[in-house]
Every structure is written in structure tokens, then in C-alpha cells.
Design a protein around this ligand. Structure first.
Ligand SMILES: NC(=O)c1ccc[n+]([C@@H]2O[C@H](COP(=O)([O-])OP(=O)(O)OC[C@H]3O[C@@H](n4cnc5c(N)ncnc54)[C@H](OP(=O)(O)O)[C@@H]3O)[C@@H](O)[C@H]2O)c1
Length: 255
């Protein structure tokens, strides 16, 4: 009888992460979920028929988070897939240093800690899937939240390095770049389009992992936007922001 498949979802308490818990459970996995909001994880776990594991974890405290992930893998016996989904986005036009550092601690330091721990474990095991949730935002900078976009660039390029390290080892790294997905993170963004449900996003993420894809945009049509983002020349890219938002306090300050 084949072994039961097991997955860890880091950042499972809401949005895309929560939907991933349901998707992996639907596919027959035992699912471990981690995040800071333990009460939400416990509620989600009640809805899952397969075996679940619940651990409170704050990835902005990377060393402690690594200890928790390592203990969790030990407790589970083995793990086939780890999804590093945790992330925060804070609009920060005023460039408040606290917010900038907060985003970097979670999305950069936390991500690196979780992804590198996952890869070391999988390389030792000789197989496994790491899935990291980056963003289309990582393709270029943004005046609205410079550290968020830069952090997602880090996530994608970090995974690129891990993929090179894992070449021909049986360990696969999938870089997920969503456009808009309907979650708490995008609730206050006024201009949204092509917004996917978390269920659809989770199904596509799972499928991409199973197909051992290196990188995917969620949903597929965001490939078009990615191409446009690459093609727009810098002068136009900067100008668009100025035209769309002429009253920015930061710009008044610079003038
Ligand atoms: N929604 C979109 O349109 C969109 C687009 C592109 C990329 N993404 C990316 O998708 C991922 C999921 O976001 P979402 O849209 O589903 O938003 P969300 O509902 O706010 O989910 C964020 C998840 O990350 C967890 N998290 C945040 N800080 C954490 C920390 N310090 N330690 C551990 N877990 C932490 C949260 O759990 P706790 O708060 O309980 O810790 C939560 O489970 C993020 O990486 C985001 O950047 C989203």
C-alpha cells in the first residue's frame, strides 16, 4: 500500500493558504497548517476529514520558526510537499520604516528561513516539492509599497537559486505568481481586475506543483500582464504612476 501523502502549508489561517489546506485534503493528503492565528487554524482543522497537524508559528522570528518546522516534520514522520504561503502587504506610500522592516522580516527573512529548511529536508530525503507564493508584483517596483514588490522579487529569485541547487535531485521548486486573488490582502485595493477566487487559485497551485512547473502565473491570463510589465519602458512606467496619482504626499515633498 502506498504511503499517505503529507503536506505542510505555512500561512494557512486565511485566504490562499486556507484554500490550499482544503485542496490538499481533497487530494488525500494529511495536512499540517501553521500561522500566528492559532484559533483560525483550529477552526479550519475541524472541517478536514484527513489527519491534520496544527502549529502556531511566526515566520518573522525565523530561527524559532525553523525549530517549529523541523519539529513538525519530525512529528509527521515525513513530508512530501511544503508550501511557503505566508506573506504581508502593507500600503506604505509614506515609507514608514517600521512597515518596511515588517514586510522584509516576514516576506524576505521568514521566507528564506522556511524555504531553505524545506529544501535541506527534501534533499536529505531525495525527493519533495517546495511551493513558494511570490507575486506578479515581484516583476517591477511599486511606489505604493516598495518593500512588498521587492520582497516578492526576492522570493522568486531565491527560488530560482534553490531550483539550480536541486537540479536533477528529485526535488522540485514551484514559483507561484498570483495576480489578484480575493482575500483580506486585496480587500482594500480599489482598482482590481481578473480577481480569482481562493478555491480556483488553490486548485491551480496544486496542479502546477503536481506538474513540477518551475513558475506559473495565477490565473493563466496574468501571463499577458506579466508580458506588458516587462515591455513598458521605464520612463512610461514612472509616468503612469504620476498621472494616476498626482496628489501623492511623497511627491509633493520631493518637489
Ligand atoms: N491575494 C492576492 O491577490 C495575492 C496576490 C499575489 C500574491 N499573494 C500572496 O499570497 C500569499 C497569501 O496571501 P493572501 O492573499 O491569502 O492573504 P491573507 O489572507 O492575509 O493570508 C496571509 C497568510 O500569511 C500568514 N502570515 C502573515 N504573516 C505571518 C507571519 N509573520 N508568520 C506566519 N504566517 C504569517 C497569515 O497568517 P497569520 O496572520 O495567522 O499569521 C495568513 O495565513 C501572500 O504571500 C501574498 O503576498 C496574494
Amino acid at each position: 500500500m502506498p504511503d499517505t501523502k503529507k503536506a505542510v502549508i505555512i500561512g494557512a489561517s486565511s485566504g490562499i493558504g486556507e484554500a490550499l489546506v482544503y485542496e490538499f485534503a481533497k487530494q488525500g493528503y494529511e495536512v499540517a497548517m501553521t500561522a500566528r492565528r492559532l484559533n483560525l487554524l483550529e477552526q479550519i482543522s475541524i472541517n478536514i476529514k484527513s489527519k491534520t497537524y496544527v502549529k502556531q508559528m511566526d515566520i518573522s522570528r525565523p530561527r524559532k520558526a525553523v525549530r517549529i518546522l523541523t519539529e513538525l516534520i519530525d512529528e509527521m514522520g515525513y513530508v512530501d510537499a511544503i508550501v511557503v504561503n505566508s506573506g504581508i502587504r502593507i500600503p506604505n506610500k509614506e515609507l514608514d520604516l517600521g512597515y518596511e522592516l515588517n514586510i522584509i522580516n516576514t516576506n524576505v527573512r521568514g521566507f528564506a528561513a522556511m524555504a531553505s529548511t524545506a529544501v535541506k529536508y527534501f534533499l536529505k530525503r531525495g525527493k519533495g516539492n517546495l511551493v513558494g507564493i511570490s507575486s506578479i508584483a515581484g516583476l517591477r517596483g511599486s511606489a505604493n509599497s516598495p518593500s512588498y514588490n521587492a520582497s516578492k522579487s526576492f522570493v522568486s529569485v531565491y527560488m530560482n537559486g534553490l531550483r539550480q541547487k536541486c537540479y536533477d535531485t528529485g526535488v522540485y521548486i514551484t514559483d507561484i505568481r498570483p495576480g489578484f486573488v480575493k482575500t483580506a490582502m486585496t480587500k482594500n485595493i480599489k482598482t482590481k481586475f481578473w480577481t480569482a477566487s481562493t478555491k480556483k487559485a488553490a486548485a491551480q497551485i496544486y496542479k502546477s506543483m503536481k506538474k513540477k512547473k518551475n513558475m506559473v502565473y495565477i490565473t493563466k491570463r496574468w501571463n499577458i500582464i506579466a508580458l506588458l510589465i516587462h515591455l513598458i519602458p521605464n520612463f512610461l512606467y514612472y509616468k503612469i504612476y504620476k498621472i494616476a496619482r498626482p496628489q501623492q504626499p511623497a511627491e509633493k515633498f520631493i518637489n
